[in-house]
Design a protein around this ligand. Structure first.
Ligand SMILES: [Zn+2]
Length: 197
């Protein structure tokens, strides 16, 4: 169940773009997040990522999120010898798999985590599965990304100019050129939506 922040729902217009259907944390058998390792925040931006790893259409979204949480909640060695600390939960708030299904990751009330040098406080983080410079950005992923971004932007009143890709904030190739190429459409759609309300 997607829970809206009770502080402002009453002020939202009736014609919000609907939230797309989401695969709940219960459905992928999420362990509880460790609140001691996370920080509460309020969403002011939406930031797009790719997983940067080879697509696995043979694995279910549920399995991929379960595995991602195992990795996220333990300390680990990264390529290049750096150590990733244990995180409170998966680093992203939403995960879009190759089939276009959308999984709920970290609860939105908590800021995400990153291995790069930017502060994700205030950002709703969406990750799209794949290496999206070279692999296919599937139409089902594109459709889900568009629906999710519009629904979040409307609910959190995020303007088009606060919608970006990871590389807008840190030195990284993330989210891949295919997602960066999607940003102009998304920004325009968000702007058109806020012009109407
Ligand atoms: Zn990223």
């Amino acid at each position: 169940m997607f829970v809206l922040d009770p502080g402002w729902t009453s002020a939202l217009p009736d014609d919000l773009p609907p939230m797309p259907s989401l695969v709940s944390r219960e459905a992928w058998q999420a362990k509880p997040g460790n609140a001691a390792l996370m920080k509460r925040h309020r969403i002011r931006s939406i930031t797009l990522h790719h997983t940067g790893t080879a697509q696995r259409p043979d694995l279910s979204l549920e399995r991929k999120l379960f595995n991602l949480q195992l990795f996220s909640q333990r300390e680990d060695q990264l390529a290049g010898g750096r150590t990733k600390p244990a995180w409170g939960d998966v680093p992203y708030h939403f995960y879009i798999s190759t089939d276009g299904r959308i999984g709920v990751g970290r609860e939105l009330e908590y800021a995400g985590d990153t291995n790069t040098s930017y502060d994700p406080t205030g950002h709703a983080l969406i990750v799209v599965e794949g290496m999206l410079d070279s692999e296919t950005f599937y139409p089902a992923q594109q459709a889900s990304l568009r629906r999710l971004v519009l629904a979040l932007a409307a609910r959190y009143r995020v303007p088009g100019n606060r919608l970006g890709g990871h590389k807008d904030f840190a030195q990284t190739d993330c989210p891949g050129q295919k997602i960066m190429d999607e940003l102009p459409w998304l920004r325009r759609a968000v702007r058109d939506m806020s012009d109407r309300s």
